[in-house]
Structure formats: structure tokens, C-alpha cells
Design a protein around this ligand. Structure first.
Ligand SMILES: [Zn+2]
Length: 263
């Protein structure tokens, strides 16, 4: 299902005189590779079809993304690509997957607040995107992390193989952080890599436990809206620091079990 990006003749690629070898950019590469590897460990990715992107530190017009044809578990700091919004690859071998480019380039261009955008077909959240109505029910504490932050793209249009589909998806996202793409999957958007990872992980957990509750056939018991809103505020207050710690934790685990992510 992965598609090649038919970008303009590479001879016309703009090779700007920018230094993409800074410590800060390398750290972003390590962090994004850690998220990709850990997503694979949890089964959140689907084959070679999903993509994580992050704005390059110091370069709001460039983004890091995993390369076409590589599974998440193959990602490493050095094999991620740096692309511009026109589809030129400024650093790295290979190309981005076509839908990765069209969706993520337009998201980062249209929504500068989105520092990281993680797209997966992770099974539990995707299952909820295949049901009629709102995907999440505010019946579990983990789900409340996303209270008031989700939006649903109701118009599945096939594969996003041109900029118009990327623009449409960015417009549907608006000021929200979590986009349920009906009949497709999810896009998690956050200020930075740590917060995108934190949201992606807990979104799948919230979806998993909701499906488990639904599978009993008994009615779900939503939390009262005022309590849900208050709990969501409590969680959001602590989220930036919690997300930072979560990212440090997954890197320690990888350092022990899968250390070549940072090569
Ligand atoms: Zn997809």
C-alpha cells in the first residue's frame, strides 16, 4: 500500500546552504527513531505504511520523516529523512512515502503549532474509526486525556496522493490535536515529539480498553461532562513533563534492548 512520491526532477532540488548536522537536530533524530521503534514494539504500525514526522529544530520549513520502504523497527537516527515542503530530500538516502509527504508537509506548513505529527493505523483506535458516531466514549480515565481535543474526518477519500487531500485533512484538524480519520486510522498532532508519543500511546490504550468494555455487550458508563472536563484539565497541566519523562523512559528501555536506534 506504500506509494512512491513522484516529486520534481531531483536536479531542480534546492540545496540550501543550511547546517543540518547540529546536536539539536541529531537529538530530534534520536527521539523520533525511539518513538518509531517503540511503536513497532507495541504493534502500533502497519507494515511500511505509517509515518511519523517532526519539524526540524531551528528550521520551521523542514521536517524529519521515516523513509519509504522501511518498517518502524528499522528506523534509526541516521536513516530518517529531512524534507522540505516541496518534496525535496535535503538529508538522507531514499524518499518519503507519498502519502507521508502530502499529508505531513501540508500539516506542518498550514499548522506551525504542530511540531510533530504521528500517523498510524494502530488497531484499536483504527477499529473505533470504523464505527458510526464518535469514536471515543468518555468512560475511562485514560480517554479523558483526550477530552475536548479530538475531531473526526468523516470523509474518507482514498489515498492522499496530492496536496489537496493534505490541505483538506489539515483544515479538518483545525485547533484539535487528535484526528480520527474515518475508515482509515489516526493522526496525532502535538507541539513536540515527546507529547506526540505520549498522546499516541495513551490513545491506543484508551481505545483498547473501550473496545474491551464494548465487547461485553453491556452499556458503557460515561463520566459526567463536568468531571470529565476537570479531569482533562488536570491531566493536560501535567502532560508536558509527563510526556518528557515518558520519552526518556522509552529511550532507556531501547538502550537496553534495541540500542542501535540511535546510530
Ligand atoms: Zn494511513
Amino acid at each position: 500500500m506504500a506509494h512512491e512520491l513522484n516529486r520534481p526532477d531531483p536536479a531542480f532540488a534546492v540545496r540550501r546552504n543550511v547546517n543540518l548536522e547540529t546536536d539539536e537536530i541529531w537529538q530530534a533524530r534520536v527521539d523520533l527513531a525511539a518513538c518509531l521503534r517503540t511503536a513497532a514494539r507495541h504493534g502500533l504500525e502497519e507494515g511500511i505504511c505509517n509515518h511519523f514526522s517532526a519539524v526540524v529544530p531551528g528550521h520551521p520549513d523542514l521536517f524529519l520523516v521515516n523513509r519509504l520502504g522501511y518498517a518502524f523497527e528499522e528506523a534509526s537516527a541516521s536513516n530518517l529523512l529531512i524534507c522540505d515542503f516541496d518534496g525535496n530530500v535535503l538529508s538522507g538516502d531514499g524518499e518519503p512515502e507519498a502519502t507521508a509527504f502530502y499529508i505531513h508537509a501540508r500539516l506542518h506548513r498550514m499548522s506551525p503549532r504542530v511540531g510533530a505529527a504521528f500517523h498510524t493505523h494502530m488497531p484499536n483506535a483504527t477499529a473505533l474509526s470504523m464505527l458510526e458516531g464518535e469514536p471515543l466514549v468518555w468512560a475511562g480515565q485514560t480517554a479523558l486525556k483526550f477530552y475536548g481535543r479530538t475531531v473526526v474526518d468523516e470523509d474518507y477519500n482514498g489515498l492522499a496522493l496530492d496536496e489537496r487531500e493534505g490541505d483538506r485533512i489539515a483544515a479538518v484538524l483545525g485547533d484539535n490535536d487528535i484526528l480520527f480519520m474515518k475508515n482509515h486510522g489516526v493522526m496525532v498532532c502535538a507541539a513536540n515529539i515527546a507529547e506526540a508519543w505520549d498522546d499516541l500511546y495513551y490513545l491506543e490504550r484508551a481505545a483498547e480498553v473501550q473496545l474491551k468494555a464494548m465487547s461485553t455487550g453491556r452499556p458503557l458508563l460515561p463520566v459526567k461532562p463536568e468531571v470529565a472536563a476537570a479531569a482533562a484539565r488536570q491531566m493536560r497541566d501535567g502532560d508536558p513533563e509527563s510526556a518528557r519523562l515518558h520519552l526518556e523512559s522509552i529511550k532507556r528501555v531501547l538502550d537496553r534492548k534495541d540500542p542501535d536506534y540511535k546510530l
